[in-house]
Design a protein around this ligand. Structure first.
Ligand SMILES: C[S@@+](CC[C@H](N)C(=O)[O-])C[C@H]1O[C@@H](n2cnc3c(N)ncnc32)[C@H](O)[C@@H]1O
Length: 475
């Protein structure tokens, strides 16, 4: 079947789908150009193959794989949606291949097959699984636990089960959200993946809406190729601006650049710029070595309502929210629906920090449209008229054991955090717009001397080019 024909069928089927199911079942089908690329990543193309496609949709991925693999003995396809599976059957009938369609819940069938030792085991799998969070007491989570799999999303569940169902040295190519690469929720999944597979290849699309642009999906996706029970070697990382692959680039990286040997969080880092050699003068020491801490702002406003007030009267500490900064400068207090101050009473003291130095703040949430992920601000004690400060929960706060930092260190830190180098480095391991304290703890920082050097030139009013120039100046 030719690619244009499959794409036309894909859009036609999409039009007929029940909108409610689209979300519930994560029904975003892969354009042929991407499924052809995914299938091209298989290396064992001549040997006898048993192919798995779970959450098969209308079969776009299998069609591409069948075009590549020369000697297929069977194709197993799982598709729960009746409209999809009907079209899937029509498509598979047109191809001369031995196939079986299971119109069932893949998770349930896979768990049964694993526990009872039934069904096929596979040499190849090509998957675009559904994405949806699965709650810890849901039917799927309980089923998965029976096989020892603990994971938070349908996509990581489908991929984990696929890994179990593969034969030794079986090849898996999957297109999945990038969210598993970092963050606590996916740590178990990363552990499971790295224990059972080698990562052979990761492709990243620079544009967020590229892969599923026909569905308006704004999500960073990666294509990952895994081989079960193979020793980990170098990893091929490729990148293209979008799904046309017109500017495709690929490069080999040592595995320890992708998963750092001393990283207890086992983040999977994807180098963003191929010619970017991480500079050891900038990414030099862990935060703990600088004896600087970073933690989430401790004032959770809805939990401490009784201590909050709009005016600045009485025994209070200013309560600082992200909206109090405009173009990098603190404007406090402000007329706003959020409060400006927190009363200082014995109960509230534990959430406050003293005005005895400079604090550096990084927003925890940014919108997808914002240019930078990491945006750092400075709180200068000269701009605070009270003795204590409250940092609201939307911040990450850099401090020294709940005390302020030296002026030049704080400025140097803000300069480093606001640089393009850092933003690119951050994107190499984080796929979300959220910036957690754990993410920041995981970065290496310039040494104290370098921070002070940076701090001497940094001003909060600087633009991106000026900040980057200071950083280049110390290299
Ligand atoms: C992201 S779509 C991908 C479809 C197809 N693989 C493609 O790439 O075009 C995921 C598919 O999984 C199906 N699905 C969702 N939950 C499922 C389940 N529990 N078992 C089997 N299929 C499921 C959906 O109906 C949907 O067709």
């Amino acid at each position: 079947m030719n690619a244009d024909f499959v794409d036309a069928l894909r859009l036609e089927t999409d039009f007929k789908l029940n909108p409610k199911n689209k979300y519930e079942l994560g029904q975003f089908m892969t354009p042929s150009i991407i499924s052809d690329y995914m299938a091209s990543l298989f290396t064992q193309k001549e040997s006898e193959c048993t192919l798995l496609d779970c959450g098969a949709g209308i079969g776009s991925l299998s069609i591409s794989a069948i075009n590549q693999l020369k000697n297929i003995t069977s194709v197993d396809l799982w598709e729960i949606d009746s409209l999809m599976s009907k079209q899937l059957k029509i498509n598979m009938e047109k191809i001369d291949v031995n196939y079986s369609i299971y119109k069932n819940d893949f998770i349930q069938d896979a768990v049964d097959n694993i526990l009872l030792g039934k069904g096929n085991r596979y040499t190849h799998a090509i998957i675009n699984p559904p994405y949806k969070k699965i709650n810890s007491n849901s039917f799927h989570r309980k089923l998965l636990r029976k096989t020892g799999i603990e994971t938070v999303n349908l996509y990581s569940a489908f991929l984990s089960l696929t890994i179990v169902l593969m034969k030794d040295h079986g090849e898996i190519v999957a297109i999945i959200p990038r969210s598993f690469c970092n963050g606590l929720y996916y740590k178990e999944f990363r552990k499971f993946l790295l224990k059972n597979c080698s990562i052979e290849h990761i492709h990243i699309f620079e544009s967020r809406n590229s892969a599923f642009k026909d569905y308006g999906v704004l999500q960073e996706n990666v294509i990952i190729k895994l081989i079960k029970n193979k020793r980990q070697g170098n990893v091929e990382i490729s990148n293209s601006k979008d799904h046309t692959f017109s500017d495709y680039m690929v490069k080999d990286f040592e595995f320890n650049k992708i998963v750092k040997p001393d990283d207890s969080e086992i983040f999977i880092r994807i180098p963003k710029e191929f010619n970017q050699v991480e500079n050891e003068k900038i990414f030099s020491v862990p935060l703990s070595e600088l004896e600087i801490n970073v933690s989430t702002g401790s004032v959770v406003d809805f939990r401490v309502k009784e201590y909050l007030q709009y005016d600045m009267e009485g025994e209070i500490a200013p309560l600082i929210y992200p909206h109090h900064f405009i173009k990098g400068k603190l404007f406090h207090p402000q007329q706003h629906k959020k409060h400006n101050a927190i009363k200082i009473v014995p109960e509230s003291k534990k959430w406050l920090m003293p005005k005895d130095g400079f604090y550096v703040l990084v927003k925890r949430f940014s919108s997808k449209e914002e240019k930078r992920r990491v945006v750092a601000y400075i709180v200068d004690p000269k701009e605070i008229y009270q003795s204590w400060i409250g940092f609201e929960n939307h911040w990450n706060v850099f401090h020294i054991n709940k005390h302020g930092l030296d002026e030049l260190v704080a400025k140097g830190l803000a300069c480093f955090l606001n640089s393009t180098e850092l933003d690119q480095h951050f994107r190499s391991f984080s796929g979300h717009t959220q910036v957690n304290a754990t993410d920041l703890r995981n970065i290496k920082f310039p040494t104290l001397e370098t921070l002070i050097e940076l701090g001497k030139s940094y001003k909060t009013s600087m633009n991106q080019a000026q900040i980057d120039k200071i950083l280049r100046g110390i290299l």
